[in-house]
Design a protein around this ligand. Structure first.
Ligand code: ZN
Ligand code: ZN
Ligand code: ZN
Length: 767
């Protein structure tokens, strides 16, 4: 090699999840490895690299920049510009630079990595048993960020001055803790303590974890401050402890999640295939709904009436260390009063959880953004669907199939999330909850303004549901100087499914859920749409029934069964109800008869959720609803999955709209019930019948439109039996089927759908 290679210089702009994930030290090491000079720097838009060297080494550097990026990084784009060589020397990591318009994506919280886990278990390590150990590859992110760019002074770790040893690790590009913003050690970092109900300190540091573990062994309930909020913890194998927790929380039957010490313990409680195992171990550490082992020893009170059990592994050192002293399986339920948002400050916990807990395991690292645990459900050996998208996933952006100016989607009323979209990326908020309490609504407003600050966006376009009484709709309408775009609820469902699959449509959309506002002022909820992102036509729907007493019927599935029986048997429906053992008091009977015959206070609905409620009540699978979705869930759980039988039902055309004859399905199920056919068989045949009817409707719409793609969305598709059977049947008939994989099929993704519908309409206007 005698010839001297020329020197070239490039300016690189790297966008994506590239901050707080060890990207700069990776660039530093890679540059030095290839003998390149220059610098790397975080800006509020991206990571900027100025780099100089021979063409060959620059090419090698660029080749490895994307392919070998750190595990937590996600490179969206690398834009390179040529620059004049300047004879740069050495390679440096420069301080962050502020820019007015942020595009840099904020990283999500990450479960403790193996190396940190090993350190806290090693008596020779200076972080032995330290519950706030983290590094560049793991630890809190989103939940501690006050503002961008993501640097320590902008997090709730700002109050903790680093000790010299932590400082030197933090400043050493060769160290695993180089610029690990929340890094800490027992000398300089946050501390944990156990507190009694009157504020007395019971124990500190390692002693606090041991004492908390002891209380849990004794069947007590401990409020534990975690990453995104408080949990209430209790021994999952103790009938008495779990029953007491239910009593105090006023939660009758809604399943609790169980955090287990390790994978072996998870296997004792649930059946784990590869899909479940990988989800449990993933860096997001969600709650995984696994099949429950009846001999696993979990209290019958943990998930009554449910074949599934929500399991999760410890995701912070504090949890890991707690398990050294506590029972191996702990119920870990959100630390809140029913229907209120998650408690996340020490003060809030002390006041709001004092009637629920026996002691508080507290620490002094503030939570800036509360964030619940995420929930995923494996629905077949091949795939799982998100049920609740929060910690670990938020605020990872979702790539959208179209570009737009900044748009805010304010979401639905239940299972609310909101969504900020711009430049082809959608950032979905964490699960906020049901916006029907003042506390949740306040939290919602705060969360929106924090998100807008983090994303440095003040969207001029706001998309909302058509329901005039949703608090999210009212919030949107009270905003000033914004352009409002109203989006029909089920159109938003289908648009969300299209968008997360990278599609713009058109498609056949099957939207099945509890309730959504129809433009004809009836209550929609079992809809076949022909839709693209910009618009839709209602091609079909389930048979209408009256909702006797409106919302009251939603809470009382027996009334829905009565409504179906009334549609089928007319005024003499009481005889049929009697044969099903559906007892109504004379007073109830009188009221029902009036509501059902006169339509008084009985809005008509095509809701699929209500059909499931009615069948669950008719079969006596669930006649008292104590939480949203309970009858449908228990009906699915009751079904014999080996049964292939079904009830025939037909389609008819009414004013050019298909009506799916769900009345016949209900009638046959009720008849088989009073004939004494086994309930698991009827429950399965009901599912199979609905699958056939929906597939037949899709085939009819395909004949009319030539469309061959079906998108499935809506909360009813959390039902694994319905989802997998319908998907299989449609695929066997040559359809391409889109389902939710990144966002929940329930109302948690309505905000995403709203933003893409608004984006598509704006695009259409511009031509
Ligand atoms: Zn780590
Ligand atoms: Zn330190
Ligand atoms: Zn919905």
């Amino acid at each position: 090699m005698t010839s001297v290679e020329p020197i070239i210089r490039k300016r690189l702009l790297v966008t994506g999840v590239v901050q707080g994930v060890g990207f700069r030290p990776f660039v530093y090491r890679l540059a030095r490895l290839h003998g390149l000079a220059g610098w790397v720097c975080n800006t509020s838009r991206c990571v900027e690299i100025d780099i100089e060297g021979t063409p060959a080494s620059l090419a090698a550097f660029l080749g490895r920049l994307e392919t070998e990026a750190p595990a937590l990084a996600r490179v969206e784009s690398v834009v390179a510009q040529d620059a004049e060589p300047a004879g740069l020397e050495g390679f440096a990591i420069l301080e962050s630079r502020h820019l007015a318009d942020t595009q840099a994506l904020i990283p999500a919280d990450v479960a403790t990595c193996d190396e940190c886990f090993a350190e806290i278990q090693d008596p020779c390590d200076r972080r032995f048993r330290y519950p706030f150990t983290n590094c560049t590859n793991c630890g809190p992110r989103f939940t501690i960020i006050r503002q961008v760019p993501y640097d320590r002074p902008h997090t709730t770790m700002a109050d903790f001055e680093m000790c010299p040893r932590c400082r030197s690790e933090y400043e050493d590009p060769e160290d695993r803790r180089f610029h690990a913003e929340p890094t800490a050690c027992p000398v300089c970092g946050p501390r944990v303590w156990l507190e009694g109900l009157s504020g007395e300190r019971l124990a500190g540091d390692a002693g606090a974890l041991e004492a908390a573990g002891g209380l849990l062994q004794d069947g007590k309930i401990v409020a534990v401050k975690g990453l995104g909020g408080f949990h209430l913890a209790a021994d999952a194998r103790s009938e008495a402890a779990v029953a007491e927790l239910r009593r105090r929380k006023g939660r009758v039957a809604k399943p609790f999640a169980v955090m287990v010490r390790d994978l072996a313990e998870a296997r004792r409680l649930g059946v784990l295939g590869d899909l479940e195992k990988n989800a449990l171990l993933s860096r997001e550490r969600p709650i995984v709904l696994a099949q429950k082992r009846e001999d696993g020893g979990a209290s019958s009170q943990v998930a009554p009436g449910n074949r599934c059990l929500g399991l999760l592994l410890p995701y912070t050192p504090l949890h890991l260390l707690l398990f050294e002293h506590s029972p191996g399986a702990l119920v870990m339920t959100s630390g809140n009063l029913s229907e209120e948002p998650l408690a996340f400050t020490n003060q809030e916990a002390r006041s709001k959880l004092r009637t629920l807990a026996d002691a508080f395991l507290l620490h002094d690292r503030d939570i800036q953004v509360p964030c619940d645990d995420s929930v995923v459900r494996p629905v077949s050996p091949d795939f799982l669907i998100p049920i609740r998208r929060a910690r670990g996933f938020v605020p990872d952006a979702i790539r959208l199939p179209l570009d737009s100016e900044p748009i805010l989607g304010v979401g639905a009323e239940q299972k609310n999330t909101f969504c900020l979209a711009a430049r082809g990326l959608g950032v979905l908020s964490q699960h906020i909850g049901d916006l029907d309490t003042v506390e949740t609504f306040d939290y919602y407003r705060l969360a929106i303004s924090h998100f807008q600050e983090l994303c440095r966006q003040n969207p001029g376009v706001v998309a909302h549901d058509l329901h005039p009484h949703y608090l999210s709709t009212r919030y949107a309408r009270e905003l000033e100087e914004v352009r409002l775009v109203g989006v029909q609820h089920h159109h938003a469902h289908i648009a969300a499914c299209l968008a997360e699959n990278g599609r713009t449509g058109p498609c056949i959309g099957v939207a099945l859920d509890g309730t959504g506002y129809g433009p004809d002022e009836t209550v929609w909820g079992g809809e076949i749409l022909v839709a693209d992102l910009a618009g839709y036509i209602r091609a079909g729907h389930l048979e209408y029934i009256p909702l006797p007493g409106g919302e009251a019927a939603v809470r009382d599935p027996r009334r829905l069964a009565a409504a179906y029986l009334h549609r089928i048997y007319g005024p003499n429906f009481h005889a049929a109800a009697g044969r099903l053992g559906l007892d109504f008091t004379p007073l109830e009977r009188g009221i029902l008869a009036r509501q059902l015959s006169g339509g008084l206070d009985s809005p008509p609905t095509s809701s699929a959720g209500r059909l499931f409620d009615a069948v669950a009540a008719a079969l006596n699978v669930c006649r008292v609803r104590t939480y949203e979705g309970q009858p449908a869930l228990e009906l699915e759980m009751a079904a014999d999955e080996t049964e292939a039988g079904f009830y025939p039902a037909s389609l008819r055309l009414e004013q050019e709209t298909l009506v799916l004859d769900t009345l016949s399905i209900f009638r046959r199920a009720a008849e088989e019930c009073w004939q004494g056919v086994d309930i698991p068989l009827i429950a399965a045949r009901f599912h199979n019948s609905l699958v056939r009817l929906l597939a037949a409707a899709c085939e009819t719409v395909r004949e009319q439109t030539g469309l061959n793609t079906v998108a499935l969305s809506g909360g009813v598709f959390q039902n694994a039996l319905l989802l997998t059977r319908l998907k299989e049947r449609l695929e066997s008939r040559g359809f391409e089927v889109l389902i939710h994989r990144l966002t929940p099929p329930n109302d948690g993704s309505i905000s995403l759908g709203q933003t893409v519908v608004a984006a598509a309409r704006l695009q259409q206007e511009r031509g």
